[in-house]
Design a protein around this ligand. Sequence first.
Ligand code: DP6
Length: 327
Amino acid sequence: MFSGKARAYTNIALIKYWGKEDQELIIPMNNSLSLTLDAFYTETQVIFSEEISEDRFYLDNQLQDSKATVKVSRFLDLVRSKAHCNLSAVVQSQNFVPTAAGLASSASGLAALAGAASAALKLDLAPEELSRLARRGSGSACRSIYGGFAEWQKGDSDKTSHAVKIPSAGFENDLSMIFVVVNDSKKDISSRDGMQRTVETSAFYPGWLTSVPQDLAKAKKAIAEKDFVALGEVTEASALKMHGTTLAANPPFTYWSAESLQVMNLVRQIRNNGLACYFTMDAGPNVKILVERKNETALLQALNSHIATQQLVVAHAGPAIKILTEA
Ligand code: DP6
């Protein structure tokens, strides 16, 4: 019996990953840059054992159906083949989210699975190798190997596509990210399908790709100079450009709801009143607001008269993946 356990935190992209060059290997079309957060994490234990005849996957103590289990099994196959092991496994994953508002993330889930499975089979992976492995499960998971800021360097092969830590002299600790949960319902179009449709059909996609290198350079400069306003501006711009591509896809789609727009407008209004804050959004209607930690309370107060407290989740910079046990 071989057992491993890991805890990985979610991350939110400030410069978005949007589009794959290789679907199978999950090589992205563009580099992306993220902030790992402390408020959401997944703990996963993987036990490979002779006594099990097929993989079993429990999420939050519930045995999952074959569809969810197949995804986990395929990922475990990658780890098994690296370790020359053919044992089946029991996977137990627990999502730690502050509310049950559908905020569970594939980034923390797949990073924790990669960490736990590779620890169980004693693969002893360096961070970049673990990042490459996590990437095969879900692209954004490759950034959750690191605490603070990370850049997923797209590379051009399985070997060269992985995330790296961005030196920041602790700038991430000056930041807060407030999640505004506007809708609990399941998203209609997964990020995987949404990005593929956009790559294949959106007239705006080439524009997205051309703009990323400049945005990435701006974000890295802002981090190096601890320039919050510059980082916030480029974060918001990257999200708007990414979401712009979906409107020009065929068939067109958007992740925005009426409420998302209201929150985005509210953020602009608060900013125009002198409090620097910027939004970002992913493949769903929730809005995330980046603010300096020293202004967190003021922002929460400004939001409070428009948004119910239970819709708000405060997060700060989170740590790197942690391997919890090695059998
Ligand atoms: C909008 O990592 O969920 O959140 O690689 O297909 O699993 P797959 O996609 P996923 O996509 C995340 C897209 C995004 C932007 C980002 O996190 O960079």
